[in-house]
Design a protein around this ligand. Sequence first.
Ligand SMILES: Nc1nc2c(ncn2[C@@H]2O[C@H](COP(=O)(O)OP(=O)(O)O)[C@@H](O)[C@H]2O)c(=O)[nH]1
Ligand SMILES: [Mg+2]
Length: 382
Amino acid sequence: MTVELDPKAFTAQQIWNSPQLAVIVPTFNERDNVVSLFDLVSTALGDIPFEFIVVDDNSPDGTAAVVKDLARRHANVRCIHRIGRRGLSSAVIEGISASAAPYFAVIDADHQHDERILPQMLDKALAGDHVVVGTRYAGAGAVGEGLSKAREAGSRFATRLSGLVTGKALSDPMSGFFLMRRDVFDEIAPSLSSEGFKILLDIIVSAGRARARRGTELRLGEVPYTFRPRHAGESKMSSLVVVQFLGLVLSKLTGGLLPASFLLFGLVGGLGVFVHMGTLWATSALLGFNFFWAQLSATIVAMTFNFMLNNELTYANRKLRGWRYFTGLLTFYAVCSFGAIANVSVANWIYVIDHSLWIAGFAGVLMSVVFNYSVTKVFTWR
Ligand SMILES: Nc1nc2c(ncn2[C@@H]2O[C@H](COP(=O)(O)OP(=O)(O)O)[C@@H](O)[C@H]2O)c(=O)[nH]1
Ligand SMILES: [Mg+2]
């Protein structure tokens, strides 16, 4: 392939100006959106020297190749091409970490965020705001045609919920569109959760806490805009993402003591109990199995269900596929069997001392959740 160099593409000024703003664009299957987004952002930023960093999780539609082609024509474009990994939050964290510009902005590839407010967001940051959020719910901002009614209601509910954790009056903490100072980010980067979809919420909570410890305050700014419908392609948002988000909120409420993945693992385990009881009933009442076989089938069905759901939900970013799916399932069975032994021995031990059926039973269950979680994290979803 020949590389075309267009000497008129840059003025000397643009070449030697180090970027003031890094625009981070996470992508998954956004082939038909990225190039036009780059044009829109370039127009919006005018003379502001910026770099455009796309973080692509090896999209099957070939987004990375399109971005690399763009990067051959524009010195300020880069593609971080991640292989074997998935996840919006971790993609954003990597993109930010790859740049040295004093300010960065995060924007979706699908044109839903209005890039024309970027200069105004940067002005606010230059004037002293630590984080500036593009908001759909304040002032002139609006959801427009960008969200279905159900998603708008969901988004508003999540907004209220997150007010609980941030303790800040932000009109749109669920926004994926924000601009901030990189030194504020660097300070808290190690405490961010790389799981999930909503990194802004996490940043605000962590940076707020870090500053509160020093007796200073995190200065937040907002710039309203109208949310647009997705340009091309499909949304990656799903009900799994919603549940993951609830896990993140709960995890932040415990001060990060309980990781979101532990809470999700526990939730899956709770659902597994229903699956177990349902199978027990079906196999004994409908199929006429005796108790031993009914209980054995119920255990296997529930374990398999738990494995599948954990693989989709709890470990969506590390999903096992192909051959590893089956070896993962086998290690999961093995670990859960040991978990059951741990469960029974702890429960029995407590029952001997305490004689309370409920406390002993609950302690046993807790023991197996903690055991199964910690061990499968190491052996199954390494
Ligand atoms: N790198 C990366 N980007 C992602 C992933 N999931 C979503 N994105 C990108 O994140 C942005 C927002 O996703 P989108 O599907 O539009 O979510 P929605 O606007 O909430 O429906 C888009 O630019 C997506 O391409 C992922 O797993 N990895
Ligand atoms: Mg979108």
